[in-house]
Write a protein that binds this ligand. Structure first.
Ligand code: SAM
Length: 294
């Protein structure tokens, strides 16, 4: 770090903010990390090395980016806020293998970005302290596009992390758990208090690691239908699976046909959506598809 203090120390963060006259935008989820231990934990969880790359979403003033630059061979950081770009270029100038892009990550063609920025590395991790207002769309985009990703290590709202990692049977388990677990193996790394950010967010946070799967844990005939059946099964959490499916697919077909198909899938009609495993949803959606229902 050429003898310089880290960007992320409270002192240097304040200095940078003052020097550039930066003001935080709450609407962009701007809560910057100022805790060295947490930054180290995030980077460690991503298991980076110089032969690999890191994609950061929302670098802010570069607190985490600098750590990634030290650990990875190629780093790309996508930041939506134009005001941060000159700051980033300045504070990250000691790291020529860091590329800063000014864009909304939701509009970025990630396949093209990977081809341009990560052609020379053998694996890529996404590492970020995410803006909480768009956590789910960002993570689903990363997972659904089936990018050549090794893992995703992100700071997110604690409740969302718990939902992503939840097992069947609990009240946190829902369509988000199933979607995330279809594409990855989630693991909670640590719970993080509000005090490690400036300004402090209104919620507690957690670091979660998603080890991206090479193949889904269950085989389904049609992914789109699988996720649709999962969504339908959680429409009203307190209703049984039979009642949720009836409302969505069996208005005309009738209850008897629904119960016959549930029996074929090996699922009791009185169960609730939150008790079904991924394998059971896979079976159910295949049965409904084969019967021409979905
Ligand atoms: N990485 C920095 C840190 O840890 O100190 C900042 C994290 S802050 C929680 C989230 C960052 O994401 C902000 O810099 C914000 O401007 C940026 N951001 C918000 N929405 C974004 C989007 N759609 N695409 C890219 N960056 C975004």
């Amino acid at each position: 770090m050429s003898g310089m203090e880290s960007i992320s120390t409270p002192k240097r963060t304040k200095e940078i903010i003052q020097r550039y006259g930066f003001s935080f935008k709450k609407s962009l989820g701007q809560n910057f990390l100022i805790d060295q231990n947490i930054l180290d934990k995030i980077v460690e969880a991503a298991e980076l090395d110089k032969a690999g790359g890191a994609l950061e979403i929302g670098p802010g003033i570069g607190a985490l980016t600098e750590r990634l630059a030290m650990a990875a061979g190629a780093v790309t950081a996508v930041e939506i806020d134009r005001r941060l770009i000159p700051i980033l270029r300045d504070v990250l100038s000691p790291y020529p293998h860091v590329k800063v892009r000014n864009d909304d990550v939701l509009n970025v063609d990630l396949k093209a970005l990977f081809a341009d920025d990560f052609a020379s590395v053998d694996k890529v991790s996404v590492v970020a302290n995410l803006p909480y207002y768009v956590t789910t769309p960002i993570l689903m985009k990363l997972l659904e596009e089936k990018l050549p990703l090794d893992n995703i290590v992100v700071m997110i709202q604690k409740e969302v992390a718990e939902r992503m990692a939840a097992s069947p049977g609990g009240k946190e388990y829902g369509s988000l758990s199933i979607a995330v677990q279809y594409y990855s193996e989630p693991e909670l790394v640590c719970i993080v208090p509000r005090t490690v950010f400036i300004p402090q967010p209104n919620v507690e946070s957690a670091v979660i690691r998603l080890k991206v799967r090479e193949h889904p844990p269950v085989e389904v005939a049609d992914e789109k239908h699988f996720f649709e059946v999962v969504q339908a099964s959680f429409t009203q959490r307190r209703k049984t699976i039979a009642n949720n499916l009836k409302a969505r697919y069996f208005a005309e077909e009738g209850r008897e046909r629904l119960e016959a198909l549930l029996a074929e899938a090996g699922i009791e009609p009185t169960r609730r959506g939150e008790t079904l495993s991924l394998a059971e949803y896979a079976k159910l959606s295949d049965v409904l598809l084969a019967a021409g229902i979905v």
